[in-house]
Write a protein that binds this ligand. Structure first.
Ligand code: ADP
Ligand code: MG
Length: 699
């Protein structure tokens, strides 16, 4: 088996090797040019690629093709067409044209558009993205595409990502040229997303309406054992999980997804998968596919893969770490501290640009990690706080401080100082520092954004990062423009000095979980602290952010407004479903159980009394009282939950509705969950209508 992996890897992908083999030389060259430089693709090339693609797809068992896109639902969408064309007497041929490859016209009216697409204009179109390879899944050729309205407005997660990559590349290349690096023609952003997930038994999953409808349990008494023994993190894998992970790897490898690392996570039944990084666009597509395949393979193993950010109350939730860097067309990682002073100038400029970007647009980073599910994690002592700050580690912080204060960097054993000739310290990378509490951490040669929720598309944070860094580089460019080469090092020194003074407020190397940090961050440093999704979403359309995105042509104002509305609506819908599910589970499942068990205890008590009138039934009476109290409180609670959702729905505008859901509906749900948990803890398993945490997490 293991010998077969290299040939199995990417076997279902129309990758470079297949293209080289299948395409005429000139066509292959033209396509590579489009992929590498984003140049326009001529129709004859598209036709030639279509022929090769179809031939390859049919050879590999495909009968259909689909344009595959990422509407703003956060999921992927597809509509399959077969290759067959009837010819003559009941015969067909398999055909696929360049036109079908480059453009599709799915009916867009049922996808969220946030008012971008008037309902009378149902048409949208999908456009082939040749930079992300096509692949075969379940007998269909999948063609990654961007999805736009007929007027060209983005209706998806890929279009803005491609635009932001372009913006970053332009600004970065300009900056590199200014610094004397003439070789670079393009700068790509790279992403390696680490994906966390839970696995639960399918039969148990199906017995819980909250898992089925909401992807998370809405209540559940803690099991006697939680994660306190810390025995699950990196612990030995159970055979059932090992089998699953093995199958998952094989499926991902066939699709050319470089799944690399797998291990148990902190919580029981929680695991992680990380691929080798790729260009952002491909990494985002691959992560969407990975999430889908994770669920599919779990089904085969009679399990369900939960990608919700907080499936279990009181147990760590799941996130996704977005490892990010920039790489030049000649293969240099711009966040890798170099071994020469000149390389370090370049590194320091790009490092400082990222720090500036994250400080100036911390609110947008927070928005990119927002969502009803992730609200349960951020700031809950298991995931980063909702405050965006940057961890740089001791060494880099020291380097920047020395520049700020014109003091030479202390004689660290890894640092060489070339006093006199150079004004910038010369240092080597040291990536041993780790800080798990920081939302945005430098990890040696890349930054790791850790706020993202496990179910989110990785597109959003990368759109923000790419655009914000492009803007920071542009501003630095303006400051350095016109500097003579021999004065550049000094000019960069002064630039960094100004920039670090201004932006060091976002740098924090300490423990992000403490209350002192929240106080310091908000009161002394003036950093944003948005505690919920409704609180942060309006930042999407504040002036400075509209300016950023329109300037770099990543979003128009209308596109931003539409995204704000969609995210808000999504939040409201999610909470409305959760509230209804809770009502239903309490009314139809838990309340009848409480009543039944109360009856059992009460009749046992009276049987005891009838048998021996002197016997005490005080314990039974107390239990009956507790159960009855819970029963009454839950009954009243369900009624007020209903009233509160009605109140939220009638709040007027969507922002107010979302806020009411957060402040009142969710608060009531938490209150009810606590009562339900108390009741659940009193009732034996056989009287409970659904499996408890003990069973879900440990059996
Ligand atoms: P950790 O210690 O956090 O697990 P790893 O070094 O294992 O960190 O890397 C985690 C992820 O970061 C992997 O997906 C890896 O491919 C990715 N990664 C490594 N280098 C880069 C880079 N230059 N750009 C983007 N992602 C990267
Ligand atoms: Mg990591």
């Amino acid at each position: 088996m293991t010998q077969e992996i290299p040939s199995l890897y990417g076997s279902l992908v129309f990758n470079d090797k297949v293209m080289r083999n299948k395409l005429p030389k000139d066509m292959y060259k033209a396509l590579r040019k489009t992929i590498e430089n984003g140049t326009h693709l001529e129709l004859d090339v598209a036709n030639s690629v279509a022929v090769a693609m179809k031939e390859w797809a049919v050879e590999n068992g495909a009968t259909h093709f689909t344009h595959w896109f990422q509407p703003m639902t956060g999921f992927t969408a597809e509509k399959h067409d077969s290759f067959i064309i009837p010819v003559g007497e009941g015969e067909v041929i398999m055909d696929f044209s360049g036109k079908e490859l480059v453009k599709g016209e799915p009916d867009a009216s049922s996808f969220p558009s946030g008012g971008l697409r008037a309902t009378f204009e149902a048409r949208g179109y999908t456009a082939w993205d040749p930079t992300s390879p096509a692949f075969i899944k379940d007998g269909t050729l999948y063609i990654p595409t961007a999805f736009c309205s007929y007027g060209g407005q983005a209706l998806d997660k890929k279009t803005p990502l491609l635009r932001s990559m372009e913006a970053l590349s332009n600004s970065a290349v300009k900056m590199l040229k200014l610094l004397g690096n003439e070789m670079v023609t393009r700068v790509s952003t790279t992403v390696g997303p680490e994906q966390e997930y839970f696995l639960v038994d399918k039969a148990m999953y199906q017995m819980r309406k909250d898992l089925v409808f909401c992807g998370r349990t809405l209540f559940g008494a803690p099991s006697p054992k939680g994660q306190e023994m810390e025995d699950h993190y990196f612990g030995a894998l159970k055979p059932r999980v090992t089998d699953y992970m093995h199958d998952l790897d094989i499926e991902l490898w066939k699709l050319g997804i470089p799944a690399k690392t797998k291990h148990n996570e902190v919580a029981p039944a929680q695991h992680e998968l990380a691929p080798v990084f790729d260009t952002s666009n491909v990494a985002v597509d691959h992560n969407q596919l990975t999430m889908e395949i994770m669920k599919k393979v779990a089904e085969k193993h009679n399990m369900v893969c939960l990608l919700h950010e907080k499936p279990f109350v009181g147990i760590n939730g799941s996130g996704k770490h977005n490892n990010w860097s920039m790489i030049t067309s000649d293969g240099v990682n711009l966040l890798d501290p170099g071994s020469t002073p000149a390389q370090n100038i370049q590194f320091l400029v790009f490092l400082m640009a990222v720090i500036k970007a994250v400080d100036d647009y911390a609110d947008l980073m927070r928005v990119a990690a927002s969502g009803a599910g992730n609200d349960h994690r951020l700031g809950a002592n298991e995931a980063p706080p909702a405050i965006v700050s940057i961890f740089l580690g001791e060494e880099l912080t020291g380097v920047l401080e020395s520049i700020e204060n014109d003091t030479y960097f202390p004689n660290h054993e890894k640092v060489q100082m070339d006093i006199g000739a150079h004004v910038l310290p010369h240092f080597f990378k040291d990536n041993t520092d780790r800080n798990r509490t920081s939302p945005f951490a430098f990890t040696g040669n890349k930054f790791e954004f850790r706020m993202l929720g496990s179910s989110a598309s990785v597109s959003d944070p990368n759109v923000v990062l790419n655009t914000a860094v492009a803007e920071a580089l542009d501003q630095f460019y303006q400051e350095l423009e016109g500097t003579k080469p021999e004065e550049m090092e000094h000019a960069v020194h002064e630039l960094i000095k100004r920039a670090i003074k201004k932006h060091k407020k976002v740098v924090f190397n300490g423990n992000g979980y403490t209350d002192e940090w929240i106080k310091e961050a908000t009161q002394e440093r003036g950093l944003y602290n948005f505690v919920s999704t409704p609180a942060c979403l309006p930042q999407l359309i504040v002036e400075k952010n509209v300016e950023l995105f329109t300037k770099h042509q990543v979003f128009s104002k209308e596109e931003l407004t539409s995204r704000y509305e969609i995210k808000l609506e999504n939040y409201v819908k999610t909470l409305a479903i959760e509230a209804r599910t809770m009502e239903e589970m309490l009314t139809k499942d838990l309340l009848p159980s409480i009543s039944e068990y109360t009856g059992v205890i009460a009749s046992n008590a009276s049987a005891k009394k009838a048998f021996m009138s002197s016997i005490s039934t005080a314990a039974e009476e107390a239990l009956v009282q507790q159960l009855t109290d819970a029963y009454n409180e839950l009954t009243d609670g369900v009624a007020s939950l209903k009233e509160l959702t009605e109140k939220a729905d009638a709040a007027g505008d969507m922002q107010k509705t979302a806020e009411t859901y957060h402040d009142e509906v969710l608060a009531k749900m938490n209150e009810l969950a606590a009562i339900a948990n108390t009741a659940e803890a009193l009732i034996p398993d056989e009287y409970l209508p659904y499996p408890t945490y003990d069973h879900l997490l440990f059996f």
